[in-house]
Design a protein around this ligand. Sequence first.
Ligand code: DC
Length: 662
Amino acid sequence: MFSTAFLDLPPLQSAAGTVALPGSKSISNRVLLLSALCEGTTVVHDLLDSDDTRVMLQALRQLGCGVEVQANTVQITGLGGRVQQQAPIAFFMGNAGTAMRPLTAALAVLGGDFTLSGVARMHERPIGDLVDALRLLGCDVDYLGQEGYPPLRIGKPTLQLQAPIRVRGDVSSQFLTALLMALPLVAKDQDITIEVVGELISKPYIDITLNLLARYGIAVRSSGAGAFVIPKGSHYRSPGSIHVEADASSASYFIGLGAITLGAGIRIEGVGAASIQGDIRFVEAAQAMGAVVDQGPNWLHISRGHWPLRAIHGDFNHIPDAAMTLAVMALYADGPSELRNIASWRVKETDRIAAMATELRKLGAEVEEGPDWLRVHPLPADGWKAATIHTYDDHRVAMCFSLAAFNPARVPVRIEDPKCVAKTFPDYFEALFAVAQTAPDAIPVLCVDGPTASGKGTLASQLAAHLGYHFLDSGALYRITAYAALQAGLKLDEAHADAIATLAGRLAIRFDGDKVWLGSEDISEAIRTEQAGMNASAVSALAPVRAALVDLQHSFRKLPGLVADGRDMGTVIFPQATLKVFLTASAACRAQRRYKQLISKGISATLDTLCADLEARDARDTQRAVAPLKPAQDAQLLDNSELTVESSVNLVLDWWQSKQPF
Ligand code: DC
């Protein structure tokens, strides 16, 4: 939806409805790798479609696995524990830790000639403890850059499996997960023991690993304090088909939403009490803060209970990702909240302790931080500030700060680089806007009015893309009305005004990208001809028709905002719009543009006739009795005769920015 550098969340009031969440990232990437290591084909249902899973799927293809993707179902035909390699393989891991760590271990154990690299941040994320463990095991792994960090080169191992393999557990549980998934490949002739050195953090992620290994035929034994044994004779067996649960960390934003907003509550589908994900325990933290939670095996229903929320103090080592959501909920609490034992935040997508502290302060909050803790003070109603939240290429920062838009001060929140949510939840903001509600007049509108062929459509649609807003091409509604009227055998004149208006009120219109549908008919081309424009101009002069289209036009004003183009957007339809632009260009210049447009479509035209047509249409649109074309009193005039589209867009974005509180 967005090609935007930022997304402005208008003040939101309440939320209600059902959300279907994408599949869990942790489960998705584990299941993909396990399926690849098996013999035979595994059908994976409800797989998360995200940057991290795409990285993993690409790597599996490079390794020679069969990968067939059909919507959220993926068929993986595994390698059967062997790589048949013809040439060196270079893997690009982006910033996907859930792909990098386990693949490194599996490739190191399988052996070959591989390199693994990623984006700059990936090269700052430690992997030394995993590499140390793999080297002790006899794997051939080298650093290609800085010691202890990717990129890596992997060769053929000389495995020594008798002694226990030791791995640190206090940096990232992904190291242990990686070994647990790689070592069953070589446990044919002896038990393999992995000993965890130091405290094991994020243990729930290990439970996901163990649970999934069991589904793939590997019964790992836990032996005493911090040791895991992969039994002799282990070998991967495909479960045939497997369902990926919805992501419990992603659920945290909607659980938080249910806890802080008034309304009928939020129902979350796809994850619930029977989840194997540790982050499901976020539910307990939300309950402690005051949320009312009902749950079934794979659903949750959350509504507001105690208000303001109760401050929370605790050790959140068991839900490190979801706990970020608590840090934003803490702004709505009745006292300072303290999140402890969250050192792992410092080595995630970004240093999350520093990031959360910095961004919460921008909202006005008092925040204290330590090496492994964060204390967040609540914000009084008059303490909130409109803030621009930097997101550090970290999906979770972007998602959890959206909850700040429900602030009682009714200030908007700007989220930078909103597309970074693609890492785990590409449609996060769409899902949020589908359940969030606010007063219609709180939803920003930018109007672009002007005469025909002034370039309104291009300017308005590009503005909409930049702002991540919806787009209303109101001219299309008149074009469609004229088309439907002619189809129904109605003449486009005063005598038929009421009949056309009745028809206009019932149009089954659907906009789908560049396509326009009327019922089941694709009328995109038919409504774009010169004649269709003249017909639209004729019906648009009929007062009952204009009245019949008002509600439809208002219905486009949806979260997070709207860019509307037409003739009377600023004067009649959205008189309270945040910004109104009246776009003009000389008749000669507009005729030139229309001429080029038509010629490029292979339609013959002459400049003189086009110029005469434009002037006739301008005359009718400006002189008609109802909603004549004219600039709104408070419109900014923009003559773009001498401007490129890009400079017009930038100019209007500057005007827009000058109206914002950020
Ligand atoms: O923008 P367009 O060329 O697609 O518009 C076609 C006709 O529809 C235009 O000549 C006048 C009419 N129109 C209108 O009266 N009010 C609007 N808001 C948009 C278009």
